[in-house]
Design a protein around this ligand. Sequence first.
Ligand code: NAD
Ligand code: MG
Length: 291
Amino acid sequence: MTTDPRDRYPKPPFEAQSQAFPGLSARMHPQPDYGERSYRGSGKLAGKVALITGGDSGIGRAVAIAYAREGAQVAISYLEAESDDADETARWVRDAGQEALLLPGDISSVEHSRSLVRDTVERFGRLDLLVNNAAFQKTRSSIDEITEAEWDQHFAVNINAMFYITKAAVPHMKPGSAIVNTSSVNAKHPMPSLLAYSATKGAIANFTLGLAQMLVEQGIRVNAVLPGPIWTPFIVTGMGEDSQKSFGSQAPMARPGQPAELAPIYVHLASDEASYTTGGLYPVHGGMPIY
Ligand code: NAD
Ligand code: MG
């Protein structure tokens, strides 16, 4: 594979390929790169236990594979309809010699969110790393088109569930634990067609900065990653056909990022190497001018 970042991965135009939400990775073309063949671990997360929401596909799958190769056991939250994708992620985690725990269900339920933490701790006896990564998005061209129910679903999945799961997780997290939230470049530069989604991603960034200050007293670090356009099922379920075809052209790199290009920063933020790093927002976005 070339080392020139412009040419490492597929560029637009892509074929339009709409799938119903939440979508399946296996049906995408080209296939996303999850680092299956490239990610090399070096024990950075040895002995740790991670819970990753949306760990079945996209960024979450690349993070699950990398965490397992770094020595962590991994619990994966996802929707029932994504069990084929979740099974594939679990296969890679086990292939790395780690245990995978599959936890299907809807995180907009407080009860289910709490059960994710309870089941992870019951199975592995501890929880060191929480990756709040699941999200919902729907493109709309005017505010009239956004129903109240759809607005509420964005907030329920993207930020309310993050609060439920984090609140349940913190009592189990010892000093040295870490939380990594997935926000978006939309937190800083909201696209009007993603009005509801961008509002939740701004909330996630702000939640991250406040929580980091709160949890520093318990020795728990909290950071967020702000991805730019990344080639995942999210794109073929949440965006219109034109946006799919030209996806990635909005970044100076002129292509979308791949999940494999996100995993290393999630590893770093989770690892003890990042011991002075908390309350940070880390863009991985192919040069989009945001700050
Ligand atoms: P993805 O579709 O692979 O992951 C999103 C996951 O969210 C799904 O796999 C699903 O399991 C989970 N999810 C959605 N609703 C849920 C619910 N009600 N209950 C339980 N789980 C639910 O796509 P992705 O792009 O890897 O998304 C991961 C994160 O990255 C999201 O937070 C997304 O906002 C963020 N992000 C993505 C992009 C991009 O261009 N792909 C850009 C910026 C930020
Ligand atoms: Mg999925």
